[in-house]
Design a protein around this ligand. Structure first.
Ligand SMILES: Cc1cc2nc3c(=O)[nH]c(=O)nc-3n(C[C@H](O)[C@H](O)[C@H](O)COP(=O)(O)OP(=O)(O)OC[C@H]3O[C@@H](n4cnc5c(N)ncnc54)[C@H](O)[C@@H]3O)c2cc1C
Length: 448
């Protein structure tokens, strides 16, 4: 048994009682003093006191000497893991160590697309669990995550690609996930501003209507607030700089704020996974590559669905503020620089101008990048490691925002029971020895 939690702290709940459990969690969270309810009534009440008595959304804690679980990285995955550990498995003595500020990594830098249009059954089951959790997340966490199921349209530009997309959409249907093939006429109706006769004319596409976008900061803040209310300590400005290994276990981590001991540790640091794992003596097959995005000045609503093209190579959506959010291919070399190169930015912008020529007149307001953790088969690496009490959540690459709720839920189960959650079993680290790869390069949506 890697983690001592199994014996001493865990209160497993039967899966059949899931909806009752969610109701209980919701009412417990809201009855907790640390979690002031966000409601029309609270808003109204606060209006009478100039909004000066809202409590802080989460507590900034000082490090203690020992925790049951230490999670490294306060991105979406680290925070969601802490939240589900505390609420579903009764583990209260948790610390989340973040070297910068929470959400300052990829979770606050992505293009917010949430979908489950994956090809293989293993991925479909995992990502659809995540999408289902997203559907109720605002209620569960009492936080408006601005989840908008506006659909995700993938275009095809040749008869060969049409066949590939048909195969993809059929695979989704076989996996029980909604998908619909669309012809040029349907696409013209859905996205009138699209240039169907671009350099590689659009021959059709397929849509997942349940897919959409969700405000990335809000998802991070919602999990931080709920995890903090459930008793987890969020420690920002606390960088892990080393591990103290005793035999096949880790006894403590070294940080810039002193050593911290724990029964078990989880690494949720995205593009820094291989660097940090190496310090613990673990070699991960992860490459770190910058993926960038940009937004234009805001305009009136013109784009009501997420549109992606693997051939022209860009994907776009319109945020609630009216900005056009643009994503595309990753940079073509490994890097830890969170800025991205100009040539990729230029390629992404010209791809969008090809798809929607009128957008070429828009000014770009902001551009940024995040360091993504890419695995050889573009699928996540999550679960136990050869170090008894070290768990990892990595390999999310360019698509781990949509996976945050399920990633946290299943990793929390794995840590609490020291046994992989059934949805995580295919994503274990040993698949690179056994050869049971899950090659989701195409479903990643962008080249890397
Ligand atoms: C431009 C861009 C667009 C994207 N678009 C999408 C999208 O549309 N849909 C989608 O599903 N996914 C998307 N992604 C991917 C998604 O953002 C990530 O997969 C996901 O956010 C990863 O979450 P995380 O919690 O694992 O990592 P992060 O959010 O990066 O969190 C890791 C945290 O670990 C901290 N850390 C690192 N080293 C240490 C240390 N030594 N000590 C303490 N803390 C440390 C970091 O500061 C960071 O806050 C995109 C990514 C980028 C960059």
């Amino acid at each position: 048994m890697g983690c001592l939690l199994h014996a001493s702290h865990v209160t497993p709940l039967p899966r059949a009682a899931d909806s009752i459990r969610l109701l209980l969690i919701r009412s417990c969270l809201l009855s907790n003093d640390a979690m002031q309810p966000y409601s029309a009534f609270s808003l109204f009440r606060q209006a009478f006191s100039s909004h000066d008595s809202w409590s802080r959304a989460w507590t900034d804690s000082e490090p203690k000497k020992h925790y049951d679980v230490v999670i490294i990285g306060a991105g979406g995955h680290g925070l969601a893991t802490a939240y589900y550990l505390a609420t579903k498995h009764g583990v209260k003595n948790i610390a989340i160590l973040e070297r910068g500020y929470l959400g300052g990594g990829n979770s606050g830098r992505n293009t917010q697309v949430c979908r489950s249009n994956y090809f293989y059954p293993e991925s479909a089951a995992f990502y659809d669990h995540s999408l289902q959790l997203y559907e109720d997340l605002a209620q569960d966490l009492n936080f408006n995550i601005m989840f908008s199921q506006r659909g995700n349209l993938e275009l095809n530009h040749s008869l060969e690609e049409l066949e590939m997309n048909r195969r993809w959409a059929n695979a989704m249907s076989l996996n029980g996930i909604d998908s619909e093939m669309l012809g040029r006429k349907d696409i013209r109706k859905l996205v009138p501003i699209l240039n169907l006769d671009c350099r590689f004319p659009v021959t059709g596409g397929f849509i997942q209507k349940r897919a959409g976008i969700s405000r990335h900061d809000a998802v991070v803040w919602a999990f931080a607030r709920a995890a903090s209310a459930a008793g987890a300590a969020i420690i920002q400005g606390c960088e892990v700089t080393g591990f103290d290994n005793r035999g096949s276990r880790i006894s403590r981590v070294e940080t810039n704020r002193g050593a911290i001991e724990a029964d078990c540790f989880a690494l949720c640091v995205a593009g820094h996974s291989s660097q940090l794992a190496a310090q613990a003596g673990l070699s991960l097959p992860i490459e770190s590559i910058a993926l960038q995005a940009m937004v234009t000045e805001p305009i009136k609503p013109v784009l009501h669905t997420v549109v992606g093209s693997l051939v022209i190579h860009a994907y776009i959506s319109q945020s609630d503020r009216g900005e056009i959010v643009i994503g595309g291919g990753a940079d073509s070399f490994n890097s830890y620089a969170q800025r991205g190169v100009l040539s990729t930015m230029k390629d992404n912008a010209s791809a969008v101008a090809e798809l929607i020529p009128s957008f070429s007149r828009l000014r770009v307001m902001r551009q940024w990048a995040g360091v993504c953790d890419i695995s050889p088969d573009s699928s996540p690496l999550v679960g136990k490691t050869e170090i008894e009490n070290l768990y990892v959540s990595t390999g999310w690459g360019t698509g781990g925002f949509k996976a945050i709720p399920a990633g946290g839920d299943t990793l929390a189960y794995t840590i609490a029971n020291d046994d992989p959650h059934e949805l995580l079993q295919p994503f274990a680290l040993d698949r690179f020895e056994s050869g049971r790869l899950i090659d989701e390069g195409a479903a990643a949506g962008v080249a890397h």
